[in-house]
Design a protein around this ligand. Structure first.
Ligand SMILES: *C/C=C(C)/C=C/C=C(C)/C=C/C1=C(C)CCCC1(C)C
Length: 260
C-alpha cells in the first residue's frame, strides 16, 4: 500500500463517509416512498432498499478498515501494517449486483414465467461475473489476473446482451414514457458498471498513491450512481406505471367498510 499525503487520505476518508450517508439516506427514502407505488411494484422498491442497506453496511466496514490501514506519521499517512480489506467490496457485489438486476426486471411486472426465466439467467450470470472476478483480483500474477478478467467479462457481456436484446422485446408494449425511463435506467446501469472492470485493469497496472486514491474515489461515485441513482430511476418507473394504471388505490378504514 502506498504512502498518502494528508489530502489524499482525507479525500478517500470523506468520500467513504459521504457514501455511507448516501446509502442510508436513500434507504430511508425507499422505505418511506414505497407507499406511492402500486402493490405489484413494491417488491422492486424493497430490492432497492436492500441494496442500499447492504452497501451502507459494507461502506461502514470499508471506512473502518481504511482508518485502521493508515496512521499519521511525520505529516504523511503511512501504512499501519493492518491490510485494507477490499474483500468487503466483492461480498457486497455478490449480494447487491443480482439484486440490482432483480429490481429492473420486477419493476416491469412481466408475466410470471417470463420474469422467472429472465431473472434466473441474469442472477446466475451476475454471480459468475463476480465469482470469477475475485480470484483475479487477489491473484499475484498478472497472467492469472488477466485470465479471470476475460472469464468474468463473458457473463458481463451476456448480462448486457440480455438487457438490450431480450428486455427490449418485453417493453415494446409499454408507453413511450415508460420505455424512455427504462432505456435511461439501462444506460445508467451500463455506464456505471463499466467503471468496475476499468478499475480492475487500472489496479493491474500497479498501485501508486494517485492510482489508489483515484480507484477508491471512482468506486464511491460509481456505487452511489449504480445503487442510489439507479434505484431512484427504478422508483420513477414504478411511479409512472402506477399513475398510468390509475394511481395507488388508497382505502382508508371507512372507505373499505363502505365498500364492503
Ligand atoms: C453496486 C455494485 C456494482 C454495480 C458492481 C458491479 C461490478 C461489476 C460490473 C464488475 C465486473 C467485473 C468484470 C466485468 C471483469 C473484472 C472483474 C469485475 C468483477 C470487476
Amino acid at each position: 500500500m502506498p504512502e498518502l499525503s494528508i489530502d489524499q487520505y482525507s479525500l478517500v476518508y470523506n468520500m467513504f463517509s459521504l457514501t455511507i450517508a448516501a446509502m442510508f439516506g436513500t434507504f430511508a427514502f425507499f422505505v418511506l416512498a414505497k407507499e406511492n407505488v402500486a402493490q405489484q411494484y413494491r417488491p422492486a422498491i424493497i430490492c432497492s432498499s436492500l441494496v442500499v442497506l447492504i452497501a451502507g453496511y459494507h461502506y461502514f466496514r470499508i471506512f473502518q478498515s481504511w482508518s485502521e490501514a493508515y496512521h499519521l506519521a511525520g505529516g504523511v499517512y503511512a501504512p499501519s501494517g493492518e491490510p485494507f480489506n477490499d474483500a468487503y467490496r466483492y461480498v457486497d457485489w455478490l449480494l447487491t449486483v443480482p439484486l440490482l438486476l432483480v429490481e429492473l426486471v420486477t419493476v416491469l411486472a412481466l408475466t410470471k414465467e417470463k420474469s422467472r426465466d429472465l431473472l434466473m439467467r441474469l442472477v446466475v450470470a451476475a454471480v459468475l461475473m463476480i465469482g470469477l472476478g475475485y480470484p483475479g483480483e487477489v491473484a499475484t500474477s498478472g497472467g492469472t489476473a488477466m485470465i479471470f478478467f476475460i472469464a468474468s467479462c463473458i457473463p458481463f457481456a451476456y448480462i448486457l446482451y440480455t438487457l438490450w436484446g431480450e428486455l427490449q422485446k418485453e417493453i415494446e408494449s409499454e408507453t413511450d414514457e415508460v420505455k424512455s425511463l427504462v432505456s435511461k435506467t439501462r444506460m445508467v446501469l451500463v455506464i456505471t458498471w463499466m467503471f468496475y472492470p476499468l478499475a480492475y485493469l487500472f489496479n493491474l497496472a500497479g498501485s501508486s498513491a494517485d492510482g489508489e486514491v483515484a480507484v477508491q474515489f471512482g468506486y464511491t461515485i460509481a456505487d452511489i450512481a449504480a445503487k442510489c441513482g439507479y434505484g431512484i430511476m427504478v422508483y420513477m418507473i414504478a411511479v409512472a406505471k402506477t399513475q398510468q394504471e390509475g394511481g395507488v388505490v388508497k382505502t382508508s378504514g371507512k372507505a373499505a367498510a363502505a365498500k364492503a
